[in-house]
Design a binder for this molecule. Sequence first.
Ligand SMILES: [Zn+2]
Length: 336
Amino acid sequence: MKADSLLYPTPKGLYCEKGGFYIDPVQPVERALITHGHADHARAGHQAVLATRQTLEIMAVRYGEAFCQTPQEAPLGKEMRIGDVTVHFHPAGHVLGSAQIAVEAEGMRIVVSGDYKRRRDPTCLSFEPVPCDVFITEATFGLPVFHHPDDAEEVGKLLTSLKQFPERAHLVGAYALGKAQRVIMLLREAGYDAPIFIHGALARLCDYYQREGIDLGPLEPATITGRDKSAFAGRVVIGPPSAFADKWARRFPEPMAVFASGWMLVRQRARQRGVELPMVISDHCDWAELTATIAELRPGEVWVTHGREEALVRWCELEGIAARPLHLVGYDDEGE
Ligand SMILES: [Zn+2]
């Protein structure tokens, strides 16, 4: 069978007609298979949702228990039959619960990787390479200029700054799901054992990570009320990137704007956001990891969903691997 009759792009997202489901649909549908809990992939309002247990639980944390009518758990590695196709989920190494989804019929296997990364992350399972005929990849950082440095070094910059500026509160902007918890774990691994203050928007997800056995150490709410402002001097305060534009951030003593994102490699972006201390920490592959993954899998074909599609498509073609962009819309990687 032809790959593009097994799975093809529609305005609602990637659609599998033989199974009657969409993968990471951007509009409400009857049956959705979901790769991970980031808001642009996991939306509320579908009838049935098939995802890993952790992704289902993260959706419930974010949207409430009624985020869909029928949640169904996909155990990792287990083959499941849906209509005329078989699907199985495998770790993607992106955030807690994230999975790639393999869709198979009549000897054709397509792997939808969702968002993924290859480097070690103490907060989630590592990406598992799954041999396939078609590999569907994102290309958020799909340009050769994107190289993500060692994350321990990036966190080291924050630790150095805390020593240099003990009078300043270090406000770290980090995506609420995944990035925030990873930054906390990297700080703990570097030996930082002081309480870390977290914005209310992160509390329930951090609690969830802790319940899943990821020990984030002592966390305290970043509320000024009833507390001497000086309590935050020389401390780490973590919040979602959106919080840093409003009054919340200005209540802290001499706030130092820190931001943890793959985009911090682009100086202009850091400047535009008024970031004083950029930390290049990404939950996506950089160029070398994207191309190494494709070289390792050697799929018959590569489809590129979102991001910098053209460069990656060109690279595949030069390697003798057929490739095409899917131009999927509705995925936003600004926060990553
Ligand atoms: Zn994501």
